[in-house]
Design a binder for this molecule. Structure first.
Ligand code: PLP
Length: 456
């Protein structure tokens, strides 16, 4: 049996000896994220191409989570692979104190698409570090330390990013970094504001945010961080007026508005930057994932001219050995070219509105377990309930925080039908690679549709 790289040929080798070695090394020597090690059994993956990846057992899966919602241009995109190979042949690494062609080119491309005067980029290795640095910038700019963040948010697993995170992943990491307070963002389906329309949800959420600002002390608050479309906490699309209202509150109280677009940016909702869909210009945008489809770790913060200017005379108090690593920036530049050449944003908007939305809407009527669907572009959530009237979530997690039946059964039913789903709590998230074809998308949705009957 050959052990040739399947990614090159797009075929499965089915090499069970290789698979056994991978399993052995993984189980013996690798500590996996967010998991009790004895309770997991990571699937050895042999290769992937486009929107599909496969194992050593002859199973292939449509990648409906785009890995961790980063693989925007799909597995083994030839332009991204070539850009890394070419860059490695030319200059594999150079430390950040030097100027470098590909780093500068990517920063210029990002600035060309970013809104307002967001023209300067600080590069990091991923999303958490991007948020750490956005907070550092907000504090340096305002001279105020407290940061407000939403409950139902995820901002990363480093110290400050974890403290900002408003979901239960924070709990095990407490006590966390100081000077963070949380507030409720809009979530009409489970509104703490008991509103009856998206406009009312928006207005009440803004009233609540203003009270939190006043009670926490506007003179202590340097920044407010918000995922433009909340990702792992439920694909919560902001209601009309909410983000412009946050902008107005930031202006009123001298607070920096940080948009976390680590997941929602770079085409996920059919826009370069998700804020473009909501008529708002933040002061800082953190990004990662889709900027280069995660082929090499990369993130960053794009900042307004006003914030960048404070570091003209005063030293920026931060740095990373791999900031703007050429092997990461090269596929970033290639990503921009592919997006423009192949009309990726238009493709995402078209598939989202013409294919995903009507199909998910039909599930609302068809499946007793589907309580709500929501999303935009290729970023959707299907919220599962045991009772549509009470909206009780479909048994999401057991006491140990593990996915319990029947969510585990939904996941198994999807996999049995050739779709690797992304689930979180009581939701199935639909976020495939942005290059997915209409045929693949329809096939994957049909498989999930069938799988949902186990929850009905
Ligand atoms: N911010 C958001 C909105 C995210 O979804 C994530 C990761 O999923 C992060 C930050 C953290 O990014 P990373 O895992 O690259 O540190």
């Amino acid at each position: 049996m050959t052990d040739m790289l399947s990614a090159e040929t797009g075929t499965q080798t089915g090499d069970h000896a290789v698979e056994r070695t991978i399993r052995h090394n993984d189980r013996t020597h690798v500590l996996h994220s967010w998991s009790a090690q004895a309770k997991i059994d990571p699937l050895p993956v042999e290769g992937g191409l486009g929107s599909t990846f496969w194992d050593y057992q002859g199973n292939s899966y449509l990648d409906f989570g785009a890995q961790l919602v980063n693989l925007n241009l799909g597995h083994q995109h030839p332009d991204l692979v070539k850009s890394i190979q070419d860059q490695a042949g030319k200059m594999a690494t150079i430390q950040p104190a030097f100027a470098n062609d590909v780093r500068g080119e990517l920063a210029a491309l990002i600035a060309s698409k970013a809104p307002g005067t967001l023209n300067k980029v600080f590069f990091t290795n991923g999303g958490a570090e991007a948020n750490e640095n956005a907070v550092r910038m907000a504090r340096a700019f305002t001279g105020k330390s407290k940061i407000l963040a939403q409950y139902r948010s995820y901002h990363g697993a480093t110290s400050t990013a974890m403290a900002l995170t408003g979901d239960p992943r924070r709990w095990a990491n407490e006590p966390g970094a100081a000077s963070v307070a949380h507030f409720f963002g809009p979530y009409a389906y489970r509104s703490p504001f008991h509103s009856s329309s998206p406009e009312e949800e928006s207005a009440r959420a803004l009233e609540h945010l203003e009270s939190v600002i006043v009670l926490e002390g506007a003179s202590t608050i340097g920044g407010i961080i918000i995922e433009t479309v909340v990702g792992t906490n439920g694909i919560l699309v902001p209601p009309p007026g909410y983000l412009p209202g946050v902008r107005a509150l930031c202006d009123k109280y001298g607070i920096v508005y940080i948009a976390d677009e680590v997941m929602a940016g770079f085409g996920r909702i059919g826009e370069w930057f998700a804020v473009d869909a909501f008529d708002v210009v933040p002061d800082l945008i953190s990004f990662a994932k889709g900027v280069n489809s995660g082929y090499v770790p990369l993130g960053g913060v794009v900042m307004s001219d006003e914030i960048a200017a404070i570091f003209d005379e005063k030293a920026y108090p931060g740095g990373l050995t791999y900031s703007g690593h050429p092997l990461a920036c090269a596929p970033g530049v290639a990503t921009f070219k592919v997006f423009e050449r192949d009309g990726i944003l238009a493709h995402v908007r078209d598939l989202g509105s013409r294919v995903v939305k009507p199909i998910l809407e039909s599930w609302l009527h068809k499946h007793p377990s589907v309580g709500e669907i929501r999303g935009q572009g290729l970023f959707w959530a299907v919220e599962l309930v045991t009772n549509k009237d009470t909206r009780e979530p479909l048994v999401p997690f057991n006491a140990a925080g593990e996915a319990a039946r029947p969510m585990a059964e939904v996941v198994a039913a999807c996999k049995a039908r050739g779709v690797w789903p992304m689930t979180n709590n009581n939701r199935v998230h639909i976020c495939p690679p942005l290059v997915i074809t209409e045929e693949e998308l329809r096939a994957g949705l049909a498989a999930i549709d069938e799988a949902l009957t186990v929850a009905d």
